[in-house]
Design a protein around this ligand. Structure first.
Ligand SMILES: [Zn+2]
Length: 399
């Protein structure tokens, strides 16, 4: 038994989920017990494909690492037995097989149609990505790539694995030159794609179900495509269909009209906001007059229950423009309370002097100019008390 080489059962049969093995080495990895077995079904993270999940003697396998030719299984806790039973999580394995086999087909479709080479592949938890060596793509070209890839799936072609000696590898039309030497594992999507690959794949393309590119973006000088295959594609379709169904229900429109309806709604909203702002500005002039008649000397003080900090600010600025006043306002937004302190320029008061005096009372922070200061603090703070304190200080300065 060679303890430096683990026999990889997933090469022979990626559909096998249970196995028995002898422990050939016990290690510690990041303070967790780890095992090397004489053989394993567990796939170690490599080539863009994540590790399998599963258990050994009922103990959770945290991760599986490849070290040369041996595979290290890091466990949640120690396994006392010398001969073990292992079980991989079939749902996760089959998901990886669908995404990975789909990637081979998608990569070849990109190459066949756009001469775009696959520069990297990542199989993620939610979606997978391939970085393709092309600088741009149109909707029509993208459609052709997707259609070609799915045609290969619907033809239900065989996916075969063979081991080819390095010397003879030149006879195989590989999409990319192999990274390994010696015996090279070649995965063939019957008559369509030949890749040197050590991952787990489906037996037939039909098992991949469907490939859908969900988005793409520029990265370096290339394009990176996000895609989903198989069960993930179905889940993605379900999610998006659900969103469209809710939108058609909410706006009482047909599917095809959803975008136009949303566009119109967004325009209407913009126009309404503009109108509301204008009305508020007009109203503020009248409101300012009313507040000026209620001034105590030069000071106008109010805690607003319903006004937003922005409209309180607008009103304060309107007042100090119309006469020699000092305005002390308080208003609340959703998560913060706001003190808005303004003074007419003629009065020559530096309102910033109030900041260190009243900020601690509302656990707030703020600043501004000599004639306008805003302090934001705790939503539950006693704003009346804070304004009263500000008023007392101001009286000493000016009145
Ligand atoms: Zn592969």
């Amino acid at each position: 038994m060679d303890k430096n080489k683990t026999h990889r059962l997933y090469y022979e049969d990626p559909y096998r989920v249970e196995f028995e093995a002898e422990i050939v080495e016990r290690l510690v990895s990041e303070n967790k017990p780890a095992l090397v077995l004489d053989q394993t079904c567990f796939y170690p993270e490599s080539g863009g494909q994540p590790s399998d999940q599963g258990t050994i003697e009922g103990v959770v396998v945290i991760k599986i690492v490849e070290e040369g030719e041996k595979i290290i299984h890091v466990l949640e806790r120690e396994v006392p037995a010398q001969r073990i039973k292992g079980k991989i999580d079939w749902t996760a394995r089959f998901d990886h097989m669908q995404q990975h086999s789909g990637q081979h087909i998608l990569s070849q479709a990109f190459y066949e149609i756009l001469k775009g080479e696959t520069l990297s592949f990542h199989l993620g938890a939610g979606s997978s990505t391939v970085e393709i060596g092309i600088v741009k793509i149109g909707e029509e070209e993208l459609g052709r790539v997707e259609k070609r890839a799915n045609a290969i799936i619907f033809e239900d072609r065989a996916i075969k694995t063979t081991s080819i000696d390095q010397e003879k590898i030149g006879e195989i039309p590989l999409r990319k030159p192999p990274k390994k030497e010696g015996l090279i594992r070649v995965v063939e999507v019957d008559g369509f794609d030949y890749s040197a690959c050590g991952g787990t794949h489906c037996r037939r393309t039909g098992e991949i179900g469907l490939i859908k590119i969900t988005k793409w973006e520029r990265i370096r000088n290339n394009l990176r495509f996000e895609f989903v295959c198989g069960w993930r594609a179905l889940a993605d379709y379900g999610l998006k269909n659900g969103i469209v169904r809710q939108l058609t229900g909410r706006f009482s429109v047909k599917e095809g009209d959803v975008l136009a309806s949303l566009g119109k709604l967004s325009e209407d909203l913009k126009a309404s906001r503009k109108l509301a702002k204008k009305s508020e500005e007009k109203l503020a002039v009248f409101e300012a007059q009313e507040f000026m008649t209620k001034a105590e000397g030069k000071i106008i003080k109010e805690v607003f229950a319903e006004k937003t900090p922005d409209s309180a600010k607008f009103l304060a600025l309107t007042i100090v423009k119309q006469g020699d006043f000092i305005v002390l306002f308080a208003a609340k937004s959703e998560a913060r309370s706001h003190l808005i302190l303004a003074a007419s320029e003629n009065l020559k008061i530096d309102m910033r002097r109030l900041v260190p005096i009243i900020s601690p009372d509302i656990n707030g922070k703020g600043g501004g100019s000599p004639v306008f200061v805003e302090i934001a603090g705790d939503p539950g703070a006693d704003l009346s008390a804070a304004l009263a304190k500000a008023q007392a200080f101001i009286k000493n300065w000016v009145c």
